[in-house]
Design a protein around this ligand. Structure first.
Ligand code: CP
Length: 356
């Protein structure tokens, strides 16, 4: 099945193959024959502008038709229907599911329920693989390579799913990481443990001025009011990092600033007119990248299976008690699947390490 759930599913060669395929589609004038007669279900249980609209536009551009919703408010979820039943029904109406959901692991759960491909359009604070693919596409277009770059993440690194997925992907390309955040929003320990395992160099920082002359990419993220435990905390930390024209004066000539958007105030609009600002180009790249992902999911192009999948054991547990409070396992019935890898157990749905 050609799902896109987590960047953990992809090896370097597969990522490059997908990026190259997007470049081929970009050169072609008309892609509308690629997925004609296909119907895509676009299921957004959380707000979105870019992901939903660029996926919809991408679907039209590859000739597919789209049905779905942009909020669960107008669905029978409001009457108490489970995600499981909702997906089972939509399975019969479409050829591909593109889903955004507030719970970590929801997209992975969807793959247990349906027999059509699923693209994760963002699951809670967990992953956002289509954003990562377009981030990589943008970085590659700028530097002609993904290898050996120095990448700084700034802002909400704890709940920022775009940061988590991009770190996973870039760790395959000998990236040196700089994680810049206040103590509350620093990068989760499980991601650092993964980088340690892979012997990847990283730095934990609370300011970025001293690294500006070294880094190639400054990836800024917004403080996510909706994911913080309280409004008071949001008010306290929301202005901790503001990037403006003056604050980046000492950066490398070639440094680019990316942001998955939406932005609030973390990048001042005076940065927009600098040559470093690439976040609107990045958002635009979502259109071609998502055409490629839809076409791959609908089997216009085959991508070889990940070798990692051969090294892990998937087993069923009597029950799962995932310590991640936002994991989908806390609110939906699942098949209680657990991943065993190198004598450790991980939640099959949100990938966090668990004790059985
Ligand atoms: N970058 C991103 O996911 O934006 P939306 O939330 O608007 O889709």
């Amino acid at each position: 099945m050609n799902n896109f759930i987590s960047m953990k599913e992809f090896e370097k060669e597969q990522i490059i193959e997908i990026l190259n395929y997007a470049s081929i589609l970009k050169e072609k004038k008309d892609n509308t024959n690629i997925c004609d007669k296909k119907i895509i279900a676009s299921l957004f249980f959380e707000p979105s502008t870019r992901t939903r609209l660029s996926f919809t536009s991408a679907a039209f551009r590859v000739g597919a038709k789209v049905l779905g919703f942009d909020s669960p408010d107008a669905t029978s979820i409001q009457k108490g229907e489970t995600l499981r039943d909702t997906l089972k029904v939509i399975n019969g109406y479409s050829d591909l599911i593109i889903m955004r959901h507030p719970r970590d692991g929801a997209a992975k759960l969807a793959t247990d329920i349906v027999d059509i491909p699923v693209i994760n359009a963002g699951d809670g604070s967990n992953e956002h693989p289509s954003q990562t693919m377009l981030d990589l596409f943008t970085i590659k277009e700028e530097f002609s390579t993904l290898e050996n770059l120095k990448v700084a993440f700034l802002g909400d690194l704890k709940y920022g799913r775009t940061v988590h997925s991009l770190t996973e992907a870039l760790s395959l390309f000998k990236t040196e990481f700089y994680f810049v955040a206040n103590e509350i929003l620093q990068i989760p320990k499980y991601i650092l443990e993964d980088l340690d395992k892979k012997n990847i160099k990283y730095h934990i920082l609370d300011k970025y001025d001293e690294i500006l002359s070294e880094i190639d990419v400054l990836y800024v993220t917004r403080v996510q009011k909706e994911r913080l435990p309280s409004l008071e905390l949001y008010e306290k930390i929301k202005d901790d990092f503001i990037v403006n024209k003056e604050s980046i004066l000492n950066c490398k000539e070639s440094m680019i600033i990316l942001h998955p958007l939406p932005r609030i105030n973390e990048i001042n609009i005076d940065v927009d007119s600098t040559k470093h600002a690439k976040y609107f180009t990045q958002a635009k790249n979502g259109l071609i990248m998502r055409q490629a992902m839809i076409a791959i999911a609908l089997r216009d192009k085959e991508i070889k299976k990940n070798q990692r999948e051969k090294k892990i054991i998937i087993k069923k547990s009597e029950k799962i008690v995932c310590e991640n409070p936002n994991c989908i396992t806390h609110v939906e019935n699942t098949e209680n699947k657990v991943i065993e890898e190198k004598n450790k157990n991980f939640c099959y749905y949100c990938s966090r390490e668990i004790t059985l």
